[in-house]
Design a binder for this molecule. Sequence first.
Ligand code: 5GP
Ligand code: SF4
Ligand code: MG
Length: 449
Amino acid sequence: CGVFGVFNHPLAADLTYYGLHALQHRGQESAGIVASDGERFHFHKALGLVTHVFTRDILDRLRGTMAIGHVRYGSAGESGGQNSQPLVFKYRAGDLAVAHNGSLVNAAYERELLHQQGSIFQTATDTEVIAHLLARSAKQHFSEAAPEVLKKIQGSFALLMMTEKQLFVALDRHGLRPLSLGKLGDAIVVASETCALNAVDATYWRDVEPGEWLLIDEDGIQTGRFAEAEKKSLCSFELVYFARADSKIDGKSVLAVRKELGRTLARERAADADMVVAVPESSVPAALGYAEQLGIPYELGLIKNPYVGRTFIEPTQDLRELAVRLKLSAVREVIEGKRIVLVDDSIVRGTTSKRIVGLLREAGAKEVHVRISSPMVKDPCYYGIDMADKEELLANRWAEEEAMGASIGADSLAFLSERGMSDVLNIGLSEGSHHCLACFNGQYPTQLY
Ligand code: 5GP
Ligand code: SF4
Ligand code: MG
């Protein structure tokens, strides 16, 4: 998912609309904006893309100088309008809106406790647990209750909460998800990624720190910690695949990181081939790095239909396979008779690579060598990236690269080593930081429930 918030700007909802638009790659299932005029909320949310959900008329209704917004990344079984965010609640004497990117590992546990105490839930989201905990807090004021509640929730959360007059921002103690702050004149802007700050012409200020909260209201900005700074464990998959290439995370250019992953992959696992082809869009930087390193031409052998969303969003395997076909086509004039290195950023279920190797063969490729700019995904993610169940992961169906390669129809298949990836991710890393690599190596930074 993606979150975006604005404090103190006359066009808060419009800015949020643009911000969400820039974060659309983080979720296409639903979009929502809640604005506050200081007295009450005005909101709209629905299933679909940002441009479909909002019209000029709707945005005009979302009056106020504060707003938060959310784009939702659907995962199987959880699709449905009632789960769209921001969630809006009656809270004490007023209103509360909550927008969350991430996944709480103890949500089921806390939910059960709340059920036993008589809570009734409206949604299937882990996010609603946060609101219930807030409502039950013994602390009188939101500003005191909110940091308290954060101590009880575990897992990943880049969190925005808003009352009529206050904007609250927090990041989980491991810093699993990215969250950046920006300034636009007298306004404060917060976004999942810096590409959304750029979209509204805000200047990057800083990243929210792991375990940090900020409370922004007319008295200014108050900050505090709900947890001691633990070793930062930013999701490595954000850098590999999820974030937009023009964003900066932890001070590093996502594009530069991806290119370097491609170069390292080329050094580790060179292929003898006539050209490098990327699986657009996310693996273009890695493919460029791979091609540069080996001095092989990079060619546009695959064309993407920009009107098809990310294939993962499709809830069933049949639909996912069809979506890949709609999404990409091979250019025969480029491919025919050639030995191709196909670079992708990741293999999860193997659907994409298998389909694309097939497309390249149909277009007359002589050989197809698949190179992946991250290690094998072997374990599920419990922190909000929909990685599929363990049995569905291609790496768990075939033990060896060779058999796995044959299963997707490739002449050869090779992954970046875990060491190779860590070496790249560690370049220029701020002190005390490292990355979550759990889906690659099974070492989860939090307790799992
Ligand atoms: P697979 O097709 O092997 O299941 O997934 C790998 C492909 O999907 C790669 O092309 C990668 O760029 C993309 N991908 C990897 N992880 C995700 C994800 O969490 N969400 C979406 N939408 N795409 C993903
Ligand atoms: Fe990211 Fe993988 Fe860790 Fe999930 S398990 S947070 S996808 S690195
Ligand atoms: Mg891809």
